[in-house]
Design a protein around this ligand. Structure first.
Ligand code: SF4
Length: 410
């Protein structure tokens, strides 16, 4: 089998791993080698469903000794197999990079022989690229759960990002569908990465020449909809992983059935909108101050498929609204539907010298259709006010002040 044929098989096999976005890396070329990634990370392009396509995204091999039921590469799967040598991956990466097709490499693999052996092969690719070819592009390596601490340490020296996949939301799910995998082993690998990164960051503060370790942090992927795990359970696991291991991102991948799949798997794909709602919730938890427990409940453990989670929360908390856009603190403004994170910052800065009108919010591209029922501005109070004893605006506005006295430019 030639390299082109292997590439077709192993690039196709890698498409199921979504944990490949590459933002956050900063690596300068030294003038001798090729490539660099800077500032906001390398340039990306994304497919319409959000996958990053600017990396060469391949598996070292789709042979795997594990039998994860939801995975096409499992040992019991009847698919065509292929395996690159580390040198073939190095050559492909450099060829593609020089032709400007890619800005980096995302390299994962099925488990061959053992977690340590597999990890060694992945490291060999990254090490050769960095040390022999002075490759300055982005490298994302899969951290194989169960690989030894020594190898995780090495991997982080050559890779910008590492990711150990959690695969499924709960240990019970793993028992059912990925019998060789254990949450404790996966989390132990995440912990090794987090601890080593903390140490390296600390050392670099004291001695800036200390080598970076996984500068773009770690991420993970969770398959959604392969088991009956609820959105509440998924968000609970996400909260735990972000808090415990300082993950940069969790990627949620809706399960999609494949031919002759195991009878334990659902026949229908997880709705794409469910994946989208999980990303929205994840964003709300990381940047808007929401907790997993607020976004779902024991009685309603699934996110709405028809409405974004912030609006759902707002509708069920009338006592919180309306919010005065000219006086409410940051954490309160963040809870208003239709007002995004950046606009909250803009509002806070503008209102230091100007009291905001609806027209001002329009200029900021606030989604007024969503926001108007929940906010008060100088020239706006919502039609449907909460009952008087429930409404708790944050300031008493002088609604009768002449508007002409309040105008100003943005
Ligand atoms: S270990 Fe990874 S590649 Fe192997 S069967 Fe499980 S999910 Fe697939």
């Amino acid at each position: 089998m030639n390299v082109q044929q292997k590439l077709e098989i192993l690039a196709d096999a890698a498409k199921y791993d979504a944990s490949c976005a590459s933002s956050g890396a900063k690596r300068s070329g030294n003038g001798k080698g090729v490539g660099h990634s800077d500032g906001m990370g390398i340039c990306h392009s994304y497919t319409p469903d959000g996958r990053c396509v600017s990396l060469l995204k391949i598996l070292l091999t789709n042979f795997c000794t594990y039998d994860c039921v939801f995975c096409v590469n499992r040992i019991s799967s009847d698919i065509q197999r292929a395996r690159f040598t580390p040198d073939e991956v190095v050559k492909l990466t450099l060829d593609f990079y020089k032709r400007n097709y890619i800005e980096g490499l995302f390299l994962s693999s099925g488990i061959i022989q053992s977690p340590d052996y597999t990890m060694e092969q992945l490291i060999q690719v990254a090490k050769t690229l960095r040390t022999e070819h002075h490759f300055g592009g982005y490298i994302h390596l899969k951290a194989i759960p169960g690989a030894s601490e020594r190898l995780i340490e090495q991997a982080g020296l050559f890779a910008d990002r590492l990711s150990a996949n959690i695969e499924l939301p709960t240990q019970q799910d793993l028992v059912q569908l990925a019998p060789e995998k254990k949450t404790t082993v996966i989390e132990s690998t995440m912990n090794k990465i987090a601890v080593r990164k903390d140490e390296a960051d600390e050392d670099r503060r004291k001695l800036p020449s200390t080598p970076k370790f996984a500068a773009a942090g770690q991420s993970t992927q969770m398959v959604v909809g392969a088991t009956p795990a609820t959105d509440r359970e998924i968000l609970k696991t996400a909260t735990h992983l972000y808090g415990q291991y300082k993950l940069r991102r969790i990627y949620y991948t809706g399960f999609s059935p494949y031919p002759d799949a195991d009878a334990r798997l659902p026949l229908k794909p997880a709705p794409l909108i469910r994946e989208h709602r999980l990303y929205q919730s994840d964003w709300l938890m990381r940047f808007y101050g929401f907790t997993a427990a607020e976004l779902t409940s024991e009685e309603e453990p699934s996110l709405s498929l028809t409405e974004d989670p912030k609006t759902t929360w707002a509708k069920s908390h009338p006592e919180f609204f309306p919010v005065d856009v000219n006086a409410a603190p940051r954490e309160v403004l963040l809870r208003v539907p239709g007002i995004g994170y950046r606009n909250v910052e803009r509002i806070l800065s503008i209102r230091k010298y100007h009291r905001l009108l609806i027209d001002d919010l329009k200029k900021l591209h606030v989604r007024l259709k969503n926001a108007l029922p929940y906010l008060i501005a100088i020239d706006h109070i919502p039609h449907q006010q909460p009952a008087a004893d429930e409404a708790q605006p944050f300031t008493q506005l002088d609604l009768f002040a002449p508007l002409s006295a309040l105008t100003g430019s943005l």
